[in-house]
Design a protein around this ligand. Sequence first.
Ligand SMILES: Cc1cc2nc3c(=O)[nH]c(=O)nc-3n(C[C@H](O)[C@H](O)[C@H](O)COP(=O)(O)OP(=O)(O)OC[C@H]3O[C@@H](n4cnc5c(N)ncnc54)[C@H](O)[C@@H]3O)c2cc1C
Length: 386
Amino acid sequence: MDRHYDAIVIGMGVVGSTAAWHLARAGQRVLVLEQFELDHQNGSSYGSSRIIRYAYDHPAYIPLAHRSYPLWRELESESGDELLYVVGGLDFGAADEDTLIATRDVLADEGMAYEWLTPEEVSARFPQFRLDDHMMGLYQPDGGALAASRCVVAAARMALKHGATLQTGARVTAIEPHNDSVTVRTADESFSAARLVISAGSWSGPLLRGIGLDLPLQVTREQLFFFDTQDPAAFLPGRMPYFREHGSRHALNSLLHFYGIPNIDGCGFKASIHTNGEPTDPDNTLRRVDDSVCETLRAFFRRHLPLADSPLKTGRVCLYTMTPDEHFILDSHPEHAHIAIGAGFSGHGFKFGVASGEILADLVTKGATDLEISLFAQSRFGANGD
Ligand SMILES: Cc1cc2nc3c(=O)[nH]c(=O)nc-3n(C[C@H](O)[C@H](O)[C@H](O)COP(=O)(O)OP(=O)(O)OC[C@H]3O[C@@H](n4cnc5c(N)ncnc54)[C@H](O)[C@@H]3O)c2cc1C
């Protein structure tokens, strides 16, 4: 097997698979090393759906969204797969809830369409929802859902079509940077390349420490649930937007978001609680969901989405990789510009995966990206990661 490549990509999640697609279609000879199989269930990118949205409370994500929507459409047309469903997005919470107001203001500042709806207006349009009197709804028509696993497989297929090599069952154990190349080792093989993209998700911490970057990455165990709702047609795209609730808090007062996604592929209505998870080791995570979390969701449904308080189809565990400020790390290695890092996507990186992949590909091939990424610099976490 040829052991030298133009580029090696570590990890075949949404970030690695799309980085490989961008690199391969730009004519790079690419090797992707994945420790499990393609579309495995152990990381963060597997599953039926993920929300894609412009509705952000920080303006730095709007250019990423503007780049991601057309790139997903490009991958759709190249692969022939349907990946992106525009279903509309409904954020709701108390009328004075900080993050809801900030989200509305960012949309207004960015000239994005939105509607600020009273509880009555929300129920008139989306009868599934019941908001409390002191609440408001923020409707954004471009909100959507991505068919997660299908996105990863489509990007992998297109990378292979452009000549990339994908090696599964290949866990990278060491990275040795050189002046203008890099050696990457697995348990029983070693490969070299002119450049490297590290997109190792929840396993990034130890790999990055091995090349001198001690970054504050906390892996958490998150849970998601699929329900067999009463009136299933009311939970289909076209009848129901994704929703994100603003204002709930952990016992420790950090923000939660109850959220849900319409049933885009027969898996049922998906719902979960953002940043509800406890720290975990990605190689040793309890993969069974907790009834207590499902019960917390049901209590939320009884208040705001009564038809969803219905039989559970299935529940699954998935991993977040959190940074302290919940912003991504998208950057070049400070000493090795031919190495780029995508990590710490903090539970909201899938929607931008295709743009993050492009940014990482551009950083290692051109040394720069057209997109503004200063918010995502690894240097924001001082030398010892604080
Ligand atoms: C429950 C849940 C709901 C979410 N909902 C949304 C949402 O609605 N919208 C949204 O935008 N985002 C959402 N996210 C976040 C999003 O899914 C992640 O940010 C994204 O999938 C991260 O992709 P990744 O490629 O970085 O990581 P991963 O998909 O985990 O990919 C990393 C890959 O690297 C491989 N790897 C790691 N170490 C090695 C090694 N040493 N050698 C070889 N291979 C290695 C792993 O096996 C893995 O396949 C959600 C996440 C979860 C868990």
